[in-house]
Structures are given as structure tokens and as C-alpha cells.
Design a protein around this ligand. Sequence first.
Ligand code: SF4
Length: 384
Amino acid sequence: MDAWPRERVQALYEKITPGDVEAALTREERSVHDLAALLSPAAIPYLESMAREAQRLTRWHFGRTINLYAPIYISNLCAADCVYCGFAAHSGSHEKRTTLTPDQIRQECQALAAMGYQNILLLTGEAPRAVPVDYIAEAVSIARAFFPSVSVEIYALDEDGYRMLCARGLEGVTLYMETYDRETYPKLHLSGQKMDYVFRLDAMEHAGLAGTRRMSIGVLLGLFDWRIDAVWLGLHARHLQKECWQSAVALSFPRLRHTPARFALEHPVSDAELVQMMLAMRLFLPEAGFNLSTREPAALRDRLISLGVTSMSAGSSTRPGGYATHREGYTGHSREGCEVLEQFEIEDDRPPAEVVAAIRKAGYDPVWKDFDRAFDAIDDVHIC
Ligand code: SF4
């Protein structure tokens, strides 16, 4: 980030011509300058060519497969105050805050395992006192009894923290920088440990050093100029691929659609811009997995299947206990009467079977599991 301040990234864009886009399209290994060319407005007339190349690269590296995963929110307590988030301490929400008990976590796992899931993501807010690392470690242990692949999306930890989770069977960490822009970041993150930009930026390297096999990063689209954040995201991914070469690096593309009343979306990202960003990133990072959540509507998700996505969530609930304890929406049922606070409204509320059918219809294989438990050489995993 010191080497690529905002001014330097902006300067990249100022000089880009259609010739730069054409050159970027023909190269096998692409530079940061090529990435900016593909992200720039000059690349808009080339989206079809970019889509063909993105499809070719994705099929080359991943085949025609889409991994399926589901999130399990284990707590919606949060002491941080991120102005764009429904879980934030001062979001104005009056819905119920809760942290699942170990038995409730087991029930959530059972419900998802019965649907066929083998790959899940445990999520919390940032409340390290009420939801400490050892509670999360226990949740990982419980989940590992049901699923061969368990990842977390929690507050940033140091290396020891991630090591504790890896020892209990953790496979992956998802952590979004939200925005890499140093000036914008403190205006959006008003309290909590998340205010510490450098600690958050370093966290993925901590996770990699601790032994995490999969790491997913992203920016929250809508917080800042997406073209500038995307360059920083690409740089971060390449840095992690070098520094944490034993881990697989993936990108997510969360896009803000609904926000708390106090936050006005100043940098909305259109569908076409989201597609351009994904295509450009695929050309820059051919081996990175791409995750797509149910934040996006069904029709758009279905179209993105063939353009670089490798992993999709389905049947998601974004409130603790949403599958069994405080059951709601994932089967398309009404959410009325559910009092537990959710982080954001999902757009694609199709049940997993419908998402699977859509993946097959696009000519891809839905994959519930892509490795054997034996492959994960974790010594002495404690399964609750
Ligand atoms: S984004 Fe995360 S840390 Fe920030 S308020 Fe929401 S749950 Fe808390």
C-alpha cells in the first residue's frame, strides 16, 4: 500500500488507451498496468472478448465446477461501529442480538448437513469479549464433526489466534478489507478493533502463517471508487499468493445493496461494472477462486456462473440460528415473526435444490465437496 498510494493508482487510469486494453487482452501474464486497463472505462467495448478469455481461463484451472457452501451465523453481537452494517453497535436496529450455544450450533450444522452441504462458513460480528476466540474454536470443532471444510468470517486475529482455530480443524478464512483507501477507511469504521487499518490489512498473512489453506479477500463494493479499490485488491491477492504460497487465495465480490438509514451509498456499483470487475480480475488472477454470495439476485448469479465464479452460497440465512433455531427464509418461507437481527437481506432466496438445478442448466457441475477429509492433515483434531 505504501508503494501504491491512491495518486499512483489514479495516474495509471489517466493514461490508459484502447490500445492498452487490446495489449492486456493478448498477454499471458498481466501486470498491474494491464489490470487497470481491463478495469478502465476504455475496456467497456471489449467486455465480450474479456468474457470469452475469462471463461477459457476459469475452465482451464477449475473445469466446469461450482463449489457450494453455506454461511452459519453463530453470533450477531458486535461492539464495532461500521456505518454500512446492520450488525453495527449503533446501526439503529432493535432486533434481537444472540450468540448460539454449542447445542444450537450443532442443530444448525445438522440442518445444513442434511441438505448435503460439506463446506460451511462460520460468521460472527466483532465482540471479542462476548464471543472470544476459544468460543469460535469450539464452534469450529463442532462444525468439523459435520463438515470436512470449515471456514470462518470473524474479526481479524493475530497469528496465535488463527493457529488456535487451525488446530481445531479450520480450513479457510474470509476477511474483507472493505475498502483499501486509507482516507475513507476511518470514516466508515468508527469504533472497535476494526478501526486499526494495518492490523486488518496484515491479518490474512497472519492466517496464512498459521496454516490456513484457503483465504478469501474482497472489498465491499459501494464504499469507495470500485476501480481504485479493485487495483489494490488485485495487488493484495498477488502479494498473498507469493507470501502464503501454501494457501489458495480467492476473491469475493460483496456488493452493498441495502444499508442502514444513517449510511448513504455514495459509490453504487452497477451490474455491468460488477461484471467488468470480475472479468478483469479473472484475467489478472487466473488461479484465484471466485466466490459469489446470495447478496446478488438469482438472475444475475445464474448469468455469472460461466464467467469466472467457482464457488456459490445457496439457501443462506444471515441471522444466527436461521436454519434450525430461529428458522426462516432459506426455503422461501416468509420471514415475518423472526425477531433475530440479520446482517443483510439476501437477494437470492432460492432453496439449494433450485440453485443446483440452475448450475446444471448452465452446463456446470455443482460440487458439495472437492477433497477428502484424509487430505486435511491436521494432527489430533478435537471433534466435539
Ligand atoms: S461489518 Fe463486521 S465488525 Fe463491522 S459492524 Fe458489521 S459485523 Fe461488526
